[in-house]
Design a protein around this ligand. Structure first.
Ligand SMILES: [Zn+2]
Length: 433
């Protein structure tokens, strides 16, 4: 269909002229009534440029009906149609273009809206009939025209708009349907009648007649297992939600945030999975500030677990740039169990320490200038706690450094869990810094 423009008033130079422009796209034509110069002329004469409400209602009805027809034919895209005092957009199947132009012309020039209403009536699809309760087979060519798969998709959309489940199945030349109303949708519509004016429940309690057609069973679907089922009951309860998960994430985060939490929580509870492609020999790896970036990234990823859990501002691993020597031999121990990293120990070496007898509230004792490994943070995946993994990490650290477990220094404040571990490893007291 070729694009064309026509003037509604014979004299194109008249100030009252209005133009109709028809443009075709692949599925349908867009018909735009251009009232621009007419509105300008009316305004200078002091007339209100707003469209009469009857006009708007008629245009909307015709437009909705046309959009339904175009979608029924199989169009799945969007419609970009505008409407205001200066222009009115309508869409039409190609066969309806002339009728639409004529109805629009009568409405615009003669304030006769019956043409638009007649058009809407003629285009109206028997959606309510298609969505009546009960098992039925709709036949292509008799009950509907498009290919059954296309029609099924269209009708599913219409069912969803009405809160219905379609239970539809397309065959070669027909569509089986059994629209049902869920208890939840029924409840919503009964609770908010102002949002669903004129809504009537035709589906609940519908009794299939004895001679209802029998849909051939093709298997694979569990729909028939719900036939005759009693709807579930919903109840409102005051249950406190929100707050913080033990992993440190907020519980009320839903949607995408929920997925973020799921992944984080699994890592926190079960340990961080070792990335594919990272060759890991043995059980424990020591990552330094000079290690390849993939290992330092892994240390950073594990360090996020205690950071989130304890709400620290910074992670205990941050060496993410080029490899560099650290003056204090900053390093992270990663322990792998069941193919996941379940133990993490961040440590560096310092020579300013004091003695502490580990008694609650007691002051720190003598100063000490020996170079000692200093524990910055120990973390164990939740499912692996209370299995001696923290002790194993500290013992490995001491062996590596060449000192005794009791010679290791602990950064203050020592957490309650850290204190329990320290008491077990060096009951006579520890070095702190
Ligand atoms: Zn969590």
């Amino acid at each position: 269909m070729t694009e064309r423009t026509m003037h509604l008033v014979a004299d194109a130079s008249s100030r009252d002229t209005r133009k109709i422009r028809v443009r075709a796209s692949r599925w349908f034509a867009t018909i735009r009534l251009d009232r621009d110069s007419y509105v300008d002329a009316q305004s200078t004469r002091g007339h209100e440029p707003d469209l009469p409400a009857d006009y708007v209602a008629a245009v909307d009805r015709a437009c909705d009906a046309a959009m339904d027809c175009i979608r029924y034919d199989g169009y799945r895209g969007s419609f970009y149609l505008g409407r205001g005092p200066r222009w009115i957009d309508l869409c039409a199947r190609f066969r309806d273009v002339e009728a639409t132009i004529e109805a629009l012309r009568a409405a615009e020039l003669e304030c006769d809206y019956t043409g638009l209403h007649a058009l809407a009536d003629r285009l109206a699809l028997p959606v309510d009939e298609w969505l009546s309760p009960g098992e039925r087979e709709l036949i292509r060519g008799v009950d509907f025209d498009p290919p059954p798969g296309v029609f099924l998709r269209f009708l599913r959309g219409k069912a969803t708009e009405r809160g219905l489940r379609l239970n539809g199945r397309a065959t070669a030349g027909s569509l089986w349907v059994r629209p049902t109303l869920s208890a939840a949708q029924k409840q919503i519509r009964e609770m908010f009648p102002e949002q669903y004016p004129g809504w009537v429940d035709r589906w609940t309690g519908y009794k299939e007649s004895e001679d209802a057609p029998f849909r051939p069973w093709v298997g694979g679907s569990d729909e028939d297992l719900s036939r005759g089922a009693i709807p579930v009951q919903f109840k409102q309860l005051e249950t406190e939600g929100g707050g913080e998960c033990p992993c440190g994430m907020r519980l009320e985060d839903a949607g995408d945030g929920d997925d973020v939490h799921r992944v984080h929580h699994a890592n926190w509870a079960l340990g961080v999975r070792v990335p594919k492609g990272l060759n890991w020999w043995g059980d424990l790896v020591v990552v330094t500030t000079q290690s390849p970036i993939s290992w330092r990234k892994l240390a950073h990823q594990v360090a996020r677990m205690p950071q989130k859990e304890e709400n620290y501002d910074f992670p205990s691993w941050s060496h993410m740039g080029e490899p560099e020597v650290s003056s204090d031999s900053y390093r992270a121990y990663l322990l792998k169990v069941d193919e996941r990293i379940v133990g993490y120990l961040a440590v560096h070496d310092t020579s300013e320490h004091r003695r502490w007898d580990l008694a609650d509230g007691s002051a720190f004792g003598v100063e000490d200038g020996t170079l000692r490994p200093r524990i910055i943070l120990i973390w164990v995946a939740d499912a692996y706690r209370r299995r001696g993994i923290g002790a194993t990490l500290v013992e490995t650290l001491a062996t590596d450094f060449g000192c005794k477990v009791a010679d290791v220094s602990w950064s203050t404040p020592v957490s309650p869990a850290g204190r329990r571990l320290a008491r077990r490893l060096s009951p006579d007291g520890i070095w702190v810094s």
